[in-house]
Design a protein. Structure first.
Length: 201
């Protein structure tokens, strides 16, 4: 279990990027364990802190082509959408986005599969990711597992992350994330950024 002392030792340098998962119109409208307004507000606070230090902000959204030809087609008990949702489904709130952000479109749960996310991070010299978004046990956890396997260091902003199921959120943050990264909060991450010495020019 992460302690206050562990969190106090959080250090973030110029090789850190913020990656926000699926903070888009229709997903923010889902009933979640933490109000979506709070998740979005904390995500915006993190984004502003990263931009102020010229550290990358990556906004990941999920979308499919209008004909639905790139929808997942695997045989499962609980399939996803049979047709592509309207374009508005994937719109990122105007108050979150800013000029210079990297926008990545994914078509699976994880943000690395079939996208340029790894390339965008590597070419910017990124070795650590601060990760948050919706939903905890789907898009965020899938992205986190792949990031860890790609040898990125991970920090999770718990109060900028939410799930549609409280047990799933608790399991991911209690059992999975502490084994592959550091669980923190928006305030603690911003404080670590403010204390860093390696600012980007």
């Amino acid at each position: 279990m992460t302690t206050a002392a562990d969190r106090a030792r959080l250090t973030l340098d110029g090789g850190t990027a913020l990656v926000l998962i699926d903070l888009q119109q229709d997903i923010l409208a889902l009933p979640t364990t933490r109000p979506a307004e709070e998740v979005l507000a904390n995500g915006m606070a993190l984004a502003e802190a990263f931009r102020a230090r010229r550290l990358p902000v990556v906004l990941v959204k999920v979308a499919w082509s209008p004909d639905g030809g790139d929808l997942p087609t695997t045989d499962v008990d609980r399939p996803g959408p049979a047709t592509a949702p309207p374009a508005a489904f994937s719109e990122i709130p105007a108050e979150l986005a800013a000029l210079g952000d990297v926008v990545v479109t994914k078509r699976h749960w994880g943000a690395f599969t079939g996208t340029e996310l790894d390339l965008q991070l590597r070419r910017r010299g990124i070795s650590r990711i601060v990760l948050a978004g919706i939903s905890t046990s789907v898009g965020v956890e899938s992205t986190a597992r792949t990031a860890w396997e790609h040898n990125y260091a991970l920090v999770f902003a718990e109060d900028a992350t939410a799930d549609t199921d409280p047990q799933s959120h608790a399991h991911t943050f209690g059992k999975i994330f502490p084994r592959i990264g550091k669980v923190s909060s928006t305030a603690e991450i911003i404080a670590a950024l403010e204390s860093q010495t390696g600012h980007r020019s």
